[in-house]
Design a protein around this ligand. Structure first.
Ligand code: PXL
Length: 269
């Protein structure tokens, strides 16, 4: 038995705590690991809009990682909002190469604010994807990064292949926004493709869903699972967090990473 497993989120802060570092830490806690955070960007936001975005000095990203590495046996890193090319480069050079890495290529918020600029996109492709044990784009991110228009299952699978061609060891292209095969994710690694599905839920635009999914994958990897098993367990976890998601601001739902604890008290959907 381990004393404790550690996972680190390198991502942006969301003041509303529905996405970003805050939901990453909640997810890691709920999945049974000690979550830690490297602040890579700051946002001022509520359920409806991102009202301000601020960077973090690139060298401060390295300082945070170095402080953690000096003391903790980190089992997995996860990246989220990285804002621009300098931040991406700082994160890529700070995260140790031998530690498993989940890359969530965050580009826009659920409220449609840009969270990564254009040079940042190029840097994610050239610096983060080759480092990824698994990348977790949603449909829009897969489309933007690959340049492949995703209109059906076939084009979604071609986009998944593009991620492997770009150096990621595995990819989950998430189907939460799809008009076809909705909620079905495409997992691809060198062993081939698997469709990952769970119950179909009535929501698709829940704040923090991508962060929660990637953090759950990182947690299960930190606990010792292989990437594919981690994805299957994370899908189950995320379905529960959607089932018990709640309207935290009028018309806006957010994930509930503590659904397993809350199912005694709160209603589904
Ligand atoms: O869900 C993407 C995301 C990631 N990181 C931060 C965010 C959001 C969405 O709003 O605010 C900090």
């Amino acid at each position: 038995m381990k004393d404790m497993a550690f996972a680190v989120s390198v991502a942006g802060s969301d003041s509303s705590a529905g996405a970003g570092l805050q939901v990453d830490l909640k997810t890691m806690t709920a999945c049974g690991v000690w979550g830690m955070s490297v602040v890579a960007a700051l946002t001022a936001q509520n359920g409806h809009s991102v009202t301000a975005v601020e960077g973090v000095p690139p060298e401060f990203i390295g300082a945070q990682v170095d402080a953690l590495e000096a003391e903790f046996a980190i089992g997995c890193y996860k990246t989220g909002m990285l804002m621009n090319a300098e931040t991406v480069a700082a994160a890529a050079s700070a995260i140790p190469k031998q530690t498993p890495l989940v890359v969530d290529p965050v580009m826009v918020s659920t409220s449609r604010a840009r969270l990564l600029d254009e040079e940042g996109e190029e840097a994610v492709i050239s610096l983060m994807l080759p480092r990824a044990d698994v990348a977790t784009p949603n449909l829009l991110e897969a489309e933007y990064l690959s340049g492949i228009e995703i209109t059906d299952a076939k084009s979604m699978e071609r986009a998944a292949e593009w991620f492997l061609d770009s150096g990621a060891k595995a990819v989950v292209v998430k189907g939460g926004h799809a008009q076809f095969r909705r909620g079905v994710d495409v997992f691809l690694d060198t062993n081939g493709m698997t469709l990952v599905e769970d119950e179909v839920l009535p929501y698709s635009d829940i704040h923090g869903s991508g962060c929660c999914y990637a953090s759950a994958i990182a947690s299960y990897i930190a606990l010792g699972c292989g990437v594919f098993d981690a994805v299957l367990l994370a899908k189950k976890f995320v379905s529960g967090a959607i089932r018990y998601s709640w309207e935290y601001s009028p018309g806006r739902r957010t994930m509930n990473p503590f659904w397993q604890m809350h199912q005694t008290y709160y209603k589904k959907y």
